[in-house]
Design a binder for this molecule. Structure first.
Ligand code: GDP
Length: 295
């Protein structure tokens, strides 16, 4: 995961680690390499600049110079700033005071929404909740079928009304069904498009107005790098997104989305998807990913 970034950053910092005392030009040189490593990983240019400026400012500060192992101190600063860039600490899901909790998943087609719905349902099952999934993608019968198949596989009920119906009614129906069945979480899988468009945003807003989501999670594909960040920006401007699920982080993604999405949109990454297999979603730990990147 993020091997290229990891190798380049470790290389950039390894020279510092072995030095007894650091000169300002040692730090400058390392920061130049850190900058290149981040740009090569498709991190947003503005984010790279802010990141490097912040690290440089801290790295040439008094505390580092006085430290017995200044190189290690700089690595520690990079670690802290990387974690902070990705949101600092992990973010928990907001649960409704009065169940059922509504989690609405939105995102472009192919981002991994339906897969994420099932994985999220499994996570809830693991924590003794009783989830129900709602199939609100009325444009693709295959999507409804896919959710039903996944539901059977993980033994989670799926509410659907076919394709000839307003998705708002599906969401409302799912809430009624959840109350009837005693489900305490409703996960709504919504329609996606190939590109962000106004009718989709309107439809999603209508669903959210009638069945307000406690969590409105945007599913984005990490493999698409900065495009994922642009998509996240567009969705966040139209909808009150509460967090991001970053999928396909298992692939050979360069890391740009993971490192940029929070800084650009202000929305925390709450979960990551690490494969096609239906397993509980992994809570995103910025600190652990930073450690993994820095080795
Ligand atoms: P949707 O159109 O947003 O509902 O996307 P799907 O859930 O149907 O996923 C699209 C494709 O991405 C499918 O082939 C999934 O198996 C695959 N996929 C979803 N999440 C992940 C992930 O975390 N890692 C990998 N490698 N593939 C994923």
């Amino acid at each position: 995961m993020l091997e290229g970034l990891s190798n380049n950053l470790q290389k950039a910092l390894s020279k510092l680690k072995s030095k007894g005392k650091l000169t300002e030009s040692d730090v400058q040189e390392a920061m130049r390499e850190v900058r290149l490593a981040l740009l090569a990983a498709d991190v947003n240019v503005r984010v790279v600049k802010q990141f490097v400026d912040k690290v440089r400012e801290r790295a040439i500060g008094q505390d580092v110079q006085k430290s017995l192992t200044p190189g290690q101190q700089v690595v520690k600063i990079v670690h802290e700033e990387l974690a902070s860039l990705m949101g600092g600490s992990e973010e928990r899901l907001r649960m409704a005071a009065k169940p059922p909790t509504v989690v609405m998943l939105v995102g472009l087609q192919g981002a991994g929404k339906t897969t994420a719905a099932a994985k999220l349902a499994l996570s809830f099952l693991k924590h003794q909740h009783r989830p129900l999934m709602a199939a609100a993608d009325i444009y693709r019968p295959a999507a409804i079928h896919q959710l039903e198949v996944l539901g059977r596989q993980i033994d989670v009920p799926v509410f659907s009304l076919g394709t000839d119906v307003d998705p708002v009614d599906i969401a409302k129906g799912a809430m009624e069904e959840a109350r009837k069945q005693g489900a305490d979480v409703v996960i709504i899988d919504t329609a996606g498009r190939l590109h962000v468009d106004a009718p989709l945003m309107e439809e999603l807003s209508r669903i959210h107005q009638v069945v307000p989501a406690d969590e409105l999670l945007l599913v984005v594909d990490a493999m698409t790098g900065q495009d994922a960040v642009h998509v996240a920006e567009s969705f966040s401007q139209s909808l009150p997104v509460t967090g991001v699920i970053l999928t396909k982080l298992d692939g050979d993604t360069r890391g740009g989305a993971a490192l940029t999405v929070r800084a650009v949109t202000g929305k925390p990454i709450k979960f990551v998807g690490l494969g096609e297999k239906i397993e509980p979603l992994e809570v995103f730990h910025p600190d652990r990913l930073a450690s993994r990147i820095l080795g």
